[in-house]
Design a protein around this ligand. Sequence first.
Ligand SMILES: Cc1ncc(COP(=O)(O)O)c(C=O)c1O
Length: 386
Amino acid sequence: MFDFDTPAPRAGTGSVKWDLRESSFGNASALPFWVADSDYRSPPEVTDALRDAAARCVFGYSFPTERYKSAVADWIATRHGWQIRPDWIVPSTGIVSELANIVRCFTAPGDKVLIQTPVYDPFAAIVTSSGRTLAENRLVRDEKLRYTMDLTDLRRDLGSGVKMMILCSPHNPVGRVWTEAEVRAVAALCREFGVLLVSDEIHWDILMPGISHFTAGNAGIDENVIVLTAPSKTFNVAGLKCSNDIIPSSALRRRLVAWKETRHMEGPNNFGLIACEAAYTHGAGWCDAQNAYLAGNAALVREHLAALPDLGVAPLEGTYLMWLDASFTGRSSVELCRRLNAAGVILNDGRRYGDDAFLRLNIACPRAQLERGLTILADTLQRSAL
Ligand SMILES: Cc1ncc(COP(=O)(O)O)c(C=O)c1O
């Protein structure tokens, strides 16, 4: 019913993933499996809504309407079982920039902000570039490459004067979807130590079969939590710069809104709002179909890479980002990526996330493209083993 097999034309459109291949990696024709967006089209209902808006030929000032907020609240209630009030929604223009605002609004220079590594690299960059102190809590992995939190370590780390914790949930790049017990444990520790929990849940809709997501918003710490969400990964609309902070506490909400107002920060643009509303109103079937397609892609990766018995593939529970342990090659991820680029595929090196033995592979693309990339990947890794 939905078509994920036909590649969307992206080269030559100003796409970061496709058009920065030459300048960033020195190979303009390499297949890109790096930046976290998708290479198939957004849901037809989203493009129809954008087309209708363009056909009106008026692009004046706009604001997030009650209908927009209801669409966001309904999506969250039906997909994530969290009943929010529309006034808890603070629309924003992207999660990375909003995280930076939140860190600067709610902490002071020098304060400790905790992240769990390996993790999406802008987290650390935001903390350090804001003049805050990075507190690192390492995730632990078992022999099957499944990552968990060491709650004893986390208790010690949060209890060392940390002011804010940024949770990545589901987790990029290790592919975990934290269980209800894990999220509740984190929430309980944050409450105990008076730590503001900021939960980046941008990937929360992208779930493998049988896996469900438990939002930190449902963990019973309304006074102490900010959940960051967006339609951008789910519906491939990252370039439209529209995200939503969900902030149950009116005190936290007022403080953030005032902080942004005094800096003349504005909300999302009209097209972002239109896409978000359309996606959340009509996109459930497409989202389910995409999840099934991605599960097929993940199976293809495991099948294909089984030819390299020493390569580890972390189990994928959520996100479309796969985490590969290439330590059998004896080479650093940066060196491997250099070889992979030259051979014709672009992956992210694990060093940027905090583990130099790993590579990150984005599987949100037509299956035929993935298959071509996997052949090059497997062959290059095999030849790279020392
Ligand atoms: C965990 C996580 N947060 C945030 C982002 C980026 O969000 P935005 O484009 O809204 O800044 C990404 C993109 O890959 C991500 O994986």
